[in-house]
Design a protein around this ligand. Structure first.
Ligand SMILES: Nc1ncnc2c1ncn2[C@@H]1O[C@H](COP(=O)(O)OP(=O)(O)O)[C@@H](O)[C@H]1O
Ligand SMILES: [Mg+2]
Length: 327
């Protein structure tokens, strides 16, 4: 279990915009959360809600038309948004690494996986080729791939194995935080389950923190310590997992819990959430979820709700929830 007071990452009031042809699109609006050392933190929400934009902001990998227009991202107390090139290079792999949904397709098809792992290891560490190869073998073992597959080419491995190679790469420099952005969505269910189980074991063995992004909220309830729910660029709920299971605070969270078939959860009738995420260039007034909310009142269409405490360790942005009554 993580130490409650040991903050590894603090995202504070983060706002990120994309310059689109029709105007500025606020992909992330004033989002705040922390990740503790050793914590398994989840970020959920439908497609287009800003989850990947947050991940790319933390990795400082936002490109082109994107810019952080507000907030801070503090990693071990230092604002990484102010990092220069050398600090960034170290931060990216030594401290944090990322596994993307499509990462397995980004392996170089004409270089065997051993070389690719060695490249990742020796790009940041002054290490002899022989040692790097041994390290690469160990990393493969950690993700349950036999060390003698080291000279295999990506096309000789299954999708699940390729994704595990990418996870091995992400662990190569023993980072403090690994961000998984929909790491298994492209894989079949049994393979997904095995990979997630292995990720959990490795986290226990190695003690890194995880930021895990997926739209499968029921799956998250099985694996995370705490979960943040994103809707239309805003964080609408942040809860310890037990509370989210029994007392989800936001109507959107409750909708998500009903909307997706889970990899691990019980089978049940899915109801879905009618409607779609609003246009983020010209968003409506008031609560952005109001047009889809079954419970909203006239005030919700006028006033944007504040993100505030609504229970022990639980925060939500909803007019229908009273303030926190602790104890
Ligand atoms: N490169 C881009 N240019 C313009 N808009 C983008 C770009 N990338 C993402 N967006 C927009 O930003 C919003 C958030 O996207 P994203 O962070 O990818 O969400 P998620 O990961 O939750 O699906 C969406 O409205 C998306 O269309
Ligand atoms: Mg995404």
């Amino acid at each position: 279990m993580y130490q409650e007071n040991e903050t590894l990452l603090e995202v504070k009031n983060l706002t990120v915009e994309y310059q689109a042809v029709r105007g500025a699109l606020k992909a992330v609006s004033g989002v705040s959360f922390t990740i503790h050392r050793g914590e398994f933190f989840g970020l959920a929400g439908e497609s287009g809600c800003g989850k990947s934009t947050i991940a790319f902001s933390i990795m400082r990998l936002l490109k082109g038309a994107a810019s952080v227009t507000g907030g801070e991202i503090n990693f071990k107390g230092k604002n990484i948004l102010s990092f220069g090139n050398e600090e960034l290079r170290l931060f990216r792999w030594d401290r944090t690494s990322m596994v993307l949904q499509s990462a397995m397709n980004n392996l170089n098809p004409v270089v065997h996986i051993g070389s690719q792992l060695c490249d990742a290891i020796s790009a940041h560490e002054n290490i002899r080729k022989k040692e790097a190869l041994e390290k690469a073998r160990q990393l493969l073992k950690m993700v349950n791939i036999n060390g003698d597959r080291i000279s295999a080419y990506p096309h000789e491995l299954s999708g699940g194995m390729r994704q595990r190679v990418v996870i091995a790469m992400a662990m190569a420099l023993r980072p403090d935080l690994i961000i998984f952005d929909e790491p298994t969505t492209a894989l079949d269910v049994v393979v997904q389950y095995n990979i997630i189980r292995r990720i959990m074991e490795l986290k226990k063995e190695m003690g890194f923190s995880i930021m895990f992004i997926t739209h499968d909220l029921p799956l998250m309830l099985e694996v995370c310590d705490r979960i943040g729910i994103m809707y239309a660029g805003r964080m609408v709920e942040l809860s310890p997992v037990e509370q989210m299971k029994t007392k989800a605070a936001h109507p959107y969270t409750r909708g998500l819990l009903q909307a997706f078939p889970s990899l691990l959860g019980e089978k049940k009738r899915l109801s879905g959430i009618p409607g779609s995420v609003p246009d983020l260039i010209t968003p409506p007034a008031g609560c952005l979820f109001y047009p889809r909310c079954k419970e909203g009142s006239e005030r919700c269409g006028r006033e944007s709700p504040e993100f505030r405490s609504c229970g022990p360790g639980q925060f939500c942005a909803c007019h229908l929830r009273k303030g926190a009554v602790h104890g």
